[in-house]
Design a protein around this ligand. Structure first.
Ligand code: DAH
Length: 333
């Protein structure tokens, strides 16, 4: 190839290489390879030295032209890179690509499952205040001031004489006075106890309270409702429910309910105590302005943490309020 043709080829390749540089480092590398002391242009200049004086006139012009073109390309690229750096400073608000996606708390997931199944059975979803009157938390539930049942539900008292509700049964007493009958209601909400915290007790936890007031309600309705709820939450249709007589001041008769799953192996195969329930005490209905000779009802209350622990095989209740993401992320939906 003639030197003139080589120079022409060099010009094309050099300009392409310079324009392709993505940053200053690449551009500097290209400059050294093309225009540096041992670069390609130097090589070509050496060949020029060997040309005849006649050729030199023509080639000299070409050499200068190519030299200028490549240097211009270099300068243009240099200022283009500088401009783009100035125009896009580092954006410290740009999200990192390894961002961790949050997850729904296991209690919220089970709360949703419970609310969904009760909605499908025609229950209204309601709530009441966390800061409650003594009268609603205790008095109207047949637990007068000196009743020993208060001892098992020690609470946090406020200087105003109000208290942090110890159970969601308080929503029953709030609901009855202006309720339209018949009624079916369910509440999922926080409750508070003055408790020593350990693997099975927390001072802040979540209860589900369900209650129906209607004509001709029996324990059979109660059992059917409970089995439907538990089957939905455990996602099994072989749930067995067992009632044991028990005492709660606001129901008569009262029961404790155990649950097991027939086809299950391990923890769910054995009876586990899950909740309290019963037929609403006539006195509670009367206090709420409902005639117990005309209307009956059932009520139940359970700890949602306990149900969630059974569902997932969780051993320690402190997981829920502990904010240890390693624990909580295992239940991401
Ligand atoms: N309120 C009770 C508690 O916190 C639970 C409970 C038991 C609720 C029996 C009920 C019930 O509605 O009938 O320990």
């Amino acid at each position: 190839m003639s030197l003139a043709a080589e120079l022409e080829q060099f010009r094309g390749e050099a300009v392409t290489q310079i324009e392709a540089c993505a940053d200053r480092d690449q551009l500097e590398e290209a400059r050294i390879a093309l225009l540096g002391r041992n670069g390609r242009l130097k090589e070509l200049s050496k060949a020029f030295g060997q040309a005849s004086p006649d050729e030199k006139r023509e080639l000299g012009r070409k050499l200068n032209e190519v030299n200028t073109a490549v240097k211009d390309a270099f300068a243009a690229k240099q200022s283009a890179l500088k401009r783009s750096l100035d125009a896009s400073p580092i954006d410290v608000t740009e999200p990192r690509d390894n961002q961790r996606v949050g997850s729904i708390h296991p209690i919220s997931q089970v709360a949703k499952a419970v609310e969904d199944v009760f909605s499908s059975m025609g229950f209204d979803i309601v709530d009441g205040p966390h800061i409650e009157e003594d009268e609603y938390n205790f008095g109207r539930l047949n637990i007068p001031a000196d009743h020993p049942a208060r001892d098992s539900q020690d609470t946090f008292w406020l200087s105003t004489g109000k208290l942090l509700r110890t159970h969601t049964s308080s929503v029953q007493s709030r609901t009855y006075p202006d309720a339209e009958l018949p009624l079916r209601k369910v509440v999922v909400g926080k409750v508070f106890r003055y408790e020593e915290v350990d693997a099975t007790h927390d001072n802040t936890f979540t209860q589900v309270e369900g209650f129906i007031v209607d004509k001709g309600i029996t324990v059979a309705n109660l059992v059917g409702t409970l089995r439907t709820m538990i089957s939905a939450v455990l996602e099994r249709d072989d749930v067995e429910v067992r009632l044991r007589p028990s005492f709660f001041p606001f129901v008569e008769p009262g029961f404790e309910v155990d649950v097991r799953v027939l086809g299950a192996e391990g923890r769910l195969a054995n009876w586990v105590e899950l909740l309290g329930c019963g037929m609403i005490h006539p006195e509670v209905l009367k206090q709420g302005g409902i005639d117990p000779d005309e209307y009956q009802g059932f009520a139940f209350g359970l700890g949602l943490e306990r149900l969630t622990m059974i569902r997932h095989g969780i051993q320690d209740i402190r997981l829920f309020n502990g904010a240890d993401l390693r624990g909580l992320h295992q239940f991401s939906a």
